[in-house]
Design a protein around this ligand. Structure first.
Ligand SMILES: O=C(O)c1cc(=O)[nH]c(=O)n1[C@@H]1O[C@H](COP(=O)(O)O)[C@@H](O)[C@H]1O
Length: 273
């Protein structure tokens, strides 16, 4: 297991939480007091981080909402990362960017996301194959989170296509967990909205950690996710919610409620951790 996964498990055990808080800080949805601030997204993120860090094992900013504001948004993402590194270095950071290109171009993304922004991990799509992703996979000090079964309604358009009698998402799960994950630095994205598929993915990838978006605003059920996806150690899940937490009346209470729902579901299936 590599250092980022160790960091994650340490944090998850220390605060008894498998919750990932998504920093999808869309400018138009920020409270007015933050929209008027000098660094709106950064100051909002700082507030959200302070409200929710006690319940968060990871934070996941989605690049889209920072890129949308051009250089100012990217600068505020950089400030957010600096703040997290200084104030909460024990919490895992995930760059949700769903990148991947040919190998040479990936080197640029690796430098940007891992070295300039300093993220612990990044979401990637597998479409170009292992050879192209080598610059990411070689980074045994970081983690690669590969899209397997996404949470959206149309996920099946390609992901359900059968190859050698298996759906593509199963091939991705097997390939990543058995062939790509040499250093223990690979995870899989498995949407909360597909618990049946998640159960099958857990069966073929028993030791892989899943990033699980889709609870909260997208309607995924926390108890179904825990039942389908928990690993034998009582971990193996980063259950992610963005809008439902960060734009709620009380982000601290919302984060605590998801953390509590996850733990209640775990107790229901008799996992000690
Ligand atoms: O990679 C992701 O995090 C991701 C994969 C997926 O299958 N579905 C999905 O919703 N996401 C991301 O997870 C977040 C979900 O946000 P909420 O629906 O507000 O909780 C967004 O940043 C999405 O881009």
């Amino acid at each position: 297991m590599n250092t980022i996964l160790q960091k994650y498990n340490r944090r998850a055990d220390a605060i008894r939480s498998l919750l990932c808080v998504g920093l999808d800080s869309e400018f138009s949805r920020l409270p007015a007091r933050f929209q008027a601030a000098k660094h709106p997204q950064f100051e909002f993120n700082q507030w959200i981080i302070e409200q929710t860090h006690a319940y968060a094992s990871s934070f996941k900013p989605n690049m889209a909402f920072y890129e949308a504001r051009g250089t100012q948004g990217l600068a505020e993402l950089q400030l957010t990362m600096q703040y997290l590194r200084e104030e909460h270095p024990e919490i895992v950071t995930i760059c949700d960017a769903k990148r991947a290109d040919i190998g040479n171009t990936n080197r640029g993304y690796v430098e940007s996301i891992f070295d300039q922004f300093g993220f612990d991990s990044i979401t990637l799509h597998p479409y170009l194959g292992k050879e192209a992703l080598a610059p990411f996979l070689e980074r045994s000090d970081k983690a690669c989170i590969i899209l397997c079964r996404t949470s959206n309604a149309g996920a099946g358009e390609f992901q359900d296509l059968e190859t050698n009698g298996k759906p593509l998402w199963q091939v991705v799960a097997e390939r990543v967990s058995q062939e790509w994950d040499r250093d223990g630095n690979c995870m899989l994205v498995v949407g909360a909205t597909y618990p049946d598929e998640m159960r099958r993915i857990r069966a073929v990838a028993p030791q892989t950690t899943f990033l699980v978006p889709g609870v909260g605003a997208q309607g995924g059920d926390v108890a179904a996710v825990v039942s389908a996806g928990l690993d034998a150690e009582g971990r193996g899940l980063m259950i992610s919610s963005s809008r439902d937490i960060i734009f709620s009346e009380d982000p601290a209470a919302s984060a605590r409620a998801v953390r509590d729902a996850i733990n209640a579901a775990k107790e229901g299936i008799h996992v000690s951790r």
